[in-house]
Design a protein around this ligand. Structure first.
Ligand code: PLP
Length: 386
């Protein structure tokens, strides 16, 4: 179970700590010496329940999740969140106000755009707070809040945004919560989950797929304010023509069964448990954030040194610490860059097909050493082509 330490900058699924995978591989065969593997035990058996409970407890401890909030796991990926967020949060808004309201979306890249489109597709009367592409002509900035259309609290079940836009490399330093008094804030943190401290008291819901910073594909983690688990009845929702959540994605149902209403991929949750243990061992969230700042600053500052060679399309204030997006000004050099990088064992750098160029994803498990190797390579490449 050995491998050379990878220098892998793929956007997801992403690299995980080798030691975690080695332990997971052992546990896949024989979990805690019980004679069968972590993927073979029932999610309702004592060891299965312990995996779910311990993972929740580690996450609460590590990310300082307050008792006002509940943690639960779902299958289906981040995309399931695009559908389950409006159905569940509108059900709780109807319970509270008797009204359906208009879910509000802040669009700063392709993932928040997809979430908005899914709400519309399901039949919700969704409203756009801001769409940075409409203002700037492209995704690559977060417009000043005075350019946003702030919705009224009495008609808005939630305001949704994507904290880190994986494809466009746009990340919020802080969401302007003070402008949304009385409205529940929902954040997709799929690609910057556990990369920095979060004040959960400001959030109604934070969710994210596991496969970038915390695990492998197959599990999505939700951290929800407990008061939002109080829903209007299905009959009431039907009367108001509100789409009803499929049962496996109905948050109160899943929470009432401790994330095991249906078969949860126990092995995948166990990997999250191992990643969390490692993060705690390595000094916690503050230490991880410090490392992430260091890595991203090193890479951005190296690329900035060569403005004749590299173009950074995202404005400084909105640059992601997780996904560093850049292009080579002479686009004919793209394949040479990727080929030479691969020869230097630096992989996963090709940009998203919709954006082109390069993208270096610097998720939690990517070491500072890997980023130093990449910065060094980018520097040598630029010197040879400036
Ligand atoms: N949200 C963000 C920010 C993402 O980066 C992704 C996928 O990369 C998704 C949602 C969709 O996740 P999934 O493919 O797990 O449905």
């Amino acid at each position: 179970l050995q491998r050379e330490e990878p220098n892998y900058f793929g956007a997801g699924p992403a690299q995980l700590p080798t030691a975690v995978l080695q332990q997971a591989a052992k546990d896949l065969v024989n979990f805690k010496e019980i004679g069968i593997g972590a993927g073979e035990i029932s999610h309702r058996s004592a060891p299965g329940v312990a995996i779910i409970d311990d993972t929740k407890a580690y996450l609460k401890k590590l990310w300082k999740v307050p008792d006002t909030h509940e943690v639960f796991f779902l299958q289906g990926g981040g995309t399931t969140g695009f559908s389950s967020v409006p159905t569940n949060l509108v059900a709780s808004f109807v319970k509270k106000t008797g009204k359906v309201g208009k879910p509000a979306y802040v669009i700063t890249g392709s993932w928040s755009k997809k979430a908005y489109e899914e709400a519309v597709r399901l039949g919700f009367d969704a409203q756009v707070v801001v769409n940075s592409k409409t203002i700037e002509g492209k995704f690559g900035d977060i417009p000043d809040v005075d350019q946003w259309k702030i919705p009224s609290a009495d008609d808005t079940p939630f305001v949704y945004y994507c904290d880190n836009e994986t494809v466009h490399g746009v990340e919020f330093r802080e969401f302007p919560v003070d402008h949304f008094k009385g409205i529940e804030i929902v954040a997709d943190m799929s690609s910057n989950f556990l990369s920095k401290p979060v004040d959960f008291s400001k959030y109604g819901l934070v969710f994210g797929g596991a496969q970038k910073n915390v695990g492998i594909a197959g599990v999505t983690i939700y951290i929800i304010k407990k008061s939002l688990l109080d829903h209007a009845s299905d009959e009431e929702l039907r009367k108001l023509n509100v789409p009803i959540s499929p049962i496996a994605f109905d948050y109160p149902t899943v929470v009432s069964k401790d994330s095991a209403y249906n078969t949860i991929p126990t092995f995948n949750v166990h990997i999250i448990e191992l990643v969390l243990e490692k993060l705690i061992e390595n000094g916690g969230i503050d230490a991880q954030q410090e490392k992430n700042i260091k890595k991203s600053e090193l890479l951005y500052s190296t690329l900035e040194k060569y403005p004749s060679v590299y173009h950074l399309p995202v404005t400084k204030r909105a640059r992601s610490r997780m996904n560093v997006v850049f292009t080579i000004k002479d686009g004919s050099l793209d394949s040479e860059f990727l080929k030479e990088a691969a020869a230097a064992k630096l992989t996963g750098l090709k940009g998203h097909r919709s954006v082109g160029g390069m993208r270096a994803s610097l998720y939690n498990a990517v070491s500072l050493h890997s980023v130093e190797l990449l910065a060094d390579f980018a520097e040598k490449f630029a010197e040879a082509h400036k």
